[in-house]
Design a protein around this ligand. Structure first.
Ligand code: HEC
Ligand code: HEC
Length: 144
């Protein structure tokens, strides 16, 4: 009997502790939406212009995928099409005076050379991102 009471007491204590932890966590977390409830509409954000940089942006570190130094608003990448290739592909880069896609983009995961772009590199903007002149949303000390 004593043992039973002890088990129930311990159980109740654990429950109490987890409930109070949840309450504390719910108060501490604030998302980028701020204090707005789900129903409330946040102010629409200001659309920033994408930056251009003649000759490209400097790289922050050696293996960094170079940043995109031009607008990509009208580019589309889907399963069927990739408009980046209109200028950057092996076939078009000279005519378009655009830098050719790096050799590394033609390797499969085992390092074998492929004739066509590796599917691992299809979604260019997964690695190559355009820039806007905006203050960071949260403080960031990366690279400093
Ligand atoms: C209309 C042609 C065109 C299209 C379409 C295009 N680019 Fe470019 N891109 C260029 C040219 C030209 C440059 C060189 C700009 C310069 O250096 O001044 C360039 C530069 C770049 C660079 C910088 C390379 C480096 O070494 O600094 C990246 C990365 C890039 N583009 C990615 C993309 C991606 C991703 C897309 C599709 C979302 C895309 N581009 C679509 C013409 C194009
Ligand atoms: C998985 C990440 C990744 C994806 C996806 C990717 N790239 Fe890259 N890209 C890189 C990295 C890293 C570099 C720099 C090192 C190198 O050349 O491999 C680079 C380099 C480049 C360069 C500069 C080459 C040079 O010689 O300076 C161009 C242009 C480029 N990529 C275009 C593209 C285009 C267009 C696509 C989509 C078809 C694409 N990349 C997809 C990571 C990626």
């Amino acid at each position: 009997m004593k043992k039973h009471i002890l088990t129930i007491l311990t159980g109740a204590l654990v429950l109490l502790a987890s409930v109070s932890a949840t309450v504390v966590a719910a108060e501490a977390v604030e998302s980028l939406r701020g204090g707005l409830s789900i129903e409330e509409q946040n102010q629409s954000f200001e659309l920033k212009r994408q930056m251009t940089a003649a000759g490209g942006f400097d790289r922050g570190w050696k293996q960094q995928p170079p940043l995109v130094p031009h607008k990509v608003d009208n580019d589309r990448i889907s399963v069927r099409e990739n408009t980046c290739l209109r200028c950057h592909s092996e076939k078009n880069f000279e005519k378009e005076k655009a830098p050719r896609i790096g050799d590394s983009h033609y390797l499969d995961r085992d390092g074998n050379k492929l004739d066509t772009l590796s599917s691992r590199r299809w979604f260019c903007t997964q690695c190559h991102v355009p820039q806007v002149d905006a203050a960071p949303l949260v403080e960031n000390t990366f690279g400093r």
